[in-house]
Design a protein around this ligand. Structure first.
Ligand SMILES: *Cc1c(COP(=O)(O)O)cnc(C)c1O
Length: 392
């Protein structure tokens, strides 16, 4: 046992601030039912590692193990997630009238999306805590990632997904050994089915995003990687396609940790959230100045990962956008599908529609003067397009 593998210290409610021991499997805060965050002994972490430690290590998410919640290396369930390229997108930039555009290409993750990061961390931690059965609702990619990591861990997975999800998402889950149910409705209806399953049968643990503390930890590594790839400096803006907001919340948390570690200063990128016009609760709340979002009615979009009518962490997403001086924009399905084509034909990356949404948003943000041509901007290409092929 290497007690320096992780500096994970305790859990803390993101809303009421109450602390909880890290040894119990917990979902939401037992007191106020809001998301829990993992907190680290960052003073000790700063003694164990510095910014230059990582370059000497194997690429990937687990090079950041001191600031991840898994305490024994043998509990890490990995399929090679993270370590994705930061691509300078010169042809796309020229097309859209920018000079410093970058793509964080998350389509190269196991199972084809950045959901691999969150689920590698969450399944590893569940395994470490003795859990052997995990359940979750999915809009698409989370199910496949959960099924894959559960298989690798020798655990059971139960996945509930909307019945209209394209076949490859379903087949991926099944071929990775998960029990899958197709539900008439949206991810919110799938969440109800997961809750019911857990009442009917004992031993299942709910891996819904932000209803457990560790998917955020996996996704926060995108910010550590990005900052390292920029030579420990930060871009001016990050454009992030937002469903549950796990990655945006995770990255915002990571910037705070990096400041406490002494690796960056007070500067932050502007966090820009993109949603689809057919389901834009965060954009509406941002415009109206609300602290929390009102769930979207009749949510509909081709960008499945954005078809999330109500996010558990809505107040955390909105807080990060506002504290960063960011923005929230909605784009039409036509515009985001055009974004996929523009990205593919200029940069050779066949993105998921959610990735196309960042390209569409960038056009809007240029026209409205919110982003300028010389700013250093990162688009998060959160997944690959192949599983969505029948929607094109
Ligand atoms: C899930 C998903 C999103 C949304 O991610 P959140 O962090 O939950 O907001 C975006 N793009 C793709 C491809 C996804 O699978």
């Amino acid at each position: 046992m290497n007690e320096n593998f992780s500096t994970f210290h305790h859990l803390e409610c993101a809303s009421c601030g109450q602390r909880f021991a890290k040894t119990e499997p917990l979902n939401l805060c037992p007191l106020c039912h809001q998301p829990l965050f993992a907190r680290y002994d960052l003073e000790r972490a700063a003694q164990l590692i510095d910014r230059s430690s990582f370059a000497k290590r194997e690429s990937g998410l687990w090079r950041f193990h001191e600031i991840l919640p898994i305490e024994r290396p043998e509990n890490v369930i990995s399929l090679g997630e993270g370590g994705t390229p930061l691509v300078k997108a010169n042809r796309l930039a020229a097309e859209l009238g920018f000079n410093n555009l970058y793509l964080k290409d998350e389509s190269l993750n196991p199972t084809g999306s950045f959901k691999a990061r969150g689920l590698s961390a969450a399944v590893s931690k569940a395994f470490e805590l003795g859990i052997r059965k995990v359940a979750l609702p999915t809009a698409g990619n989370a199910g496949g990632a959960a099924a894959a990591y559960a298989a690798k861990a020798g655990m059971k997975a139960f996945v509930a997904m909307p019945a209209d999800t394209p076949a490859p998402f379903l087949i991926e889950c099944e071929q990775c050994g998960a029990e899958v149910e197709r539900i008439d409705g949206l991810i919110s209806d799938c969440a109800k089915r997961v809750a019911e399953k857990m009442r009917q049968e004992s031993g299942w643990f709910d891996l819904s995003t932000l209803k457990e503390p560790y998917r955020v930890e996996g996704k926060k590594t995108m910010a550590y990687e990005l900052t390292e790839q920029f030579g420990w400096s930060l871009p001016d803006a990050i454009i992030y396609p937002t469903g549950g907001g796990t990655g945006l919340i995770g990255m915002w948390k990571a910037f705070h940790e990096m400041e406490q570690l002494g690796w960056i200063g007070k500067e932050r990128p502007r966090m820009i959230s993109v949603q689809a016009e057919g389901c834009a609760p965060i954009v509406e709340a941002f415009i109206q100045g609300h602290e929390k979002a009102t769930p979207a009615k009749n949510a509909q979009t081709i960008a499945l990962g954005l078809r999330v009518p109500g996010a558990v962490g809505d107040f955390l997403i909105l807080r990060a956008i506002r504290e960063s001086g960011g923005e929230a924009v909605a784009v039409s399905d036509d515009a985001l599908m055009q974004g996929v084509r523009t990205l593919g034909s200029t940069e050779g990356i066949f993105a998921a529609p959610e990735g196309g949404a960042t390209v569409a948003a960038l056009q809007t943000l240029k026209e409205t003067g919110i982003l300028h041509e010389n700013e250093r901007i990162v688009l998060f290409i959160t997944g690959g397009g192949a599983k969505y092929a029948e929607l094109f």
